[in-house]
Design a protein around this ligand. Sequence first.
Ligand code: GLN
Length: 552
Amino acid sequence: MRDQVKYIFVTGGVVSSLGKGIAASSLGLLLKQRGLNVILQKFDPYLNVDPGTMSPFQHGEVFVTDDGAETDLDLGHYERFIDRNLSQRSNVTTGQVYEAIINRERDGGYLGRTVQVVPHVTDEIKNRILLAAENGEDVDVVITEVGGTTGDIEGLPFLEAIRQLRLDLGRDNVLYIHLTLVPYIKAAHEIKTKPTQHSVRGLREIGIQPDILLCRSEMPLSREIKEKIALFCNVEQRSVIGALDAQSIYQVPLQFHEEHLDDIVVEKLRLDCPKPNLAEWEEMVRKIFSMKESVDIAVCGKYIQIVDAYKSIIESFTHSGVANDVHVNIRWVDSEKIEEEGPERYLGEVQGILVPGGFGDRGIEGKITAVRYARENGIPFLGICLGLQCAVIEFARDVCGLDAGSSEFDPDIPHPVIDLMLEQRSRSKMGGTMRLGAYPCRLKENTLAHRLYGETEISERHRHRWEFNNDYRERLEEKGLVISGLSPEGDLVEIVELPFHPFFVAVQFHPELKSRPQRPHPLFKGLVGAAKQVKKNPSEWPEAAPVAHPER
Ligand code: GLN
C-alpha cells in the first residue's frame, strides 16, 4: 500500500507580500533534499477562473505549465525551487471551484439538494487538495499555499476546507504553517509582536491552530521575543522560526534550515527521512554573492513598472549569471521612451537586449526600434514571443522593404508578416484559448539555436495567438533570415535567427518558464555568455555584418 500523503498548508497574516510563495518553495526544497517527493499547490481566492485574462499590471506574470494551464507566478517559484514540472492541478482558484459546482448543479448532479458553501464548496476544495497528489506519481508531501491574508472574506472557504482536512486525515498528516510579520518600530527601537498575535487569533477563531510560525522580520528575533510569540500564539517556542529579510530568495531555504524548520516539520508529520543534502544549493548561493564581473542587459517592455510581470525572466538571468560567473544588471527600458527619445540613450551602453512577450500595440514601435538597434550594432539579442514577432516585422521592413506589421496591431497592414493563427480565427472566448503549454520543436542543424541547445528535439511552453505568417517565409529567408526551429509538422515557425549577427535569436515560446537554478535555460545562458564576451573584448567582438539591404 502507498504511504499516506502528508499535507502542509501555508497561510499568511498581517500584510500581503511577505513571501509566502518563497517560504512554501523553500520548505519544498528542504523536504525534497531529504529524499521526499514533493508537490506544491496554490489557492487563489479570486473569482477569475485563472489569471490568464488579467492584466500584468494587476497580476504580474502569468506562469504557464507544460499542460497548458495559465497560473499564478508562484508556480514559477515552486518549479524553480523543487525542480519539478507541475500541472494545472497545482493552481486552484475560487473561479474554478464555483465553475465546477455550478456546472454540476446545472447537470442535476446535486439531486435536489440546496448547494451551499459548506459542505459543497469546501468539499470541492478538499477534493482538489487530494487530487494534487493523484497524478500517478509517487507523492509524499503536498504543500499548499493559501493566497491572500487571513481575515480576507474570500479566503474563508479555503481556510474552512483545510481546517476540516485535519479532522478527516488526522493530526499526523496535516500541518499548518503561518507566515507573519514581526515589525521593528524605529521610533521605539522595539520589535512588535502584536500584529502576529492578532493574526494568529484570527486563525484560531476559525478553528486553525498553527503548528509553526514563520516570522518575517528585518531584525533577528531574540529568545525573549520568540518566547513571547510562543506564549501568546500557543505555539512551541522552537516552532517560532525567524524569517529574516534576505538579499536573494535562494538564501531563504538555508536560513530556514538553520532554524531547523525541516527537522520540526518531519518530526511533526512523523516522516522518516535523512538530513537534507544542501551542498549544491549552498554552492549556488555562494556564487550569487561572489561574482566580480557584471554585464548590463536591457529588457525593453511596457510593463516595466511592475517587475512582477517579468518574474521568470529576472530569475532566468540570475541562473544564467551564476552559470557564466557574471552578475546581470537588468536595465528596465520602457519601450515608449525609445519611441520618444530614440534608442541611443537607453541602449547605447548595454551588452545585451531582450524584448519580452506582451500584448497590444502600445510601445510596439519602440520594441521594433530596439530590435533594429541590436541587429545593426551587433548587440546580443534575444526576442521572446512578441519579441520574435517584433524581430520578424523589423527584418521584413528594413531588410525586405515591406510595409510590414502584425494584424494584432493593424488589421489592414499591407504585409501581415505576423498573423492570427488559423485555429484562433474561430475563437470568441478570451479565457484559456491561446496556444498554451508545451509543444515540441525541431531545430535546424548548425544554427545558433542548435549549438546552444546541443540537441535537435526540444519542448518549450507557449502562450500566444499570433504567429509568423508562412506566406512570407521564402521572401524573408532569401534576404538572410534563418528559421532555425519549426514545429514537427513544419507549419509553425518557432525560432528565427540572423547568421551574420554574432548573437541574434528570437523564439515564439517562453524559455524563461523553464529555467531552473541548477539548469539555466540555454538561450539565456547563451545571451549572458555573449554579453560577457562583448564586455570583455569589445574590439574583438565582430560587428554585425550588414545583411542585404533593399534599394531604397
Ligand atoms: N500578443 C502576441 C500574441 O498573442 C504575443 C504574445 C506573447 O508575447 N505572449 O501572439
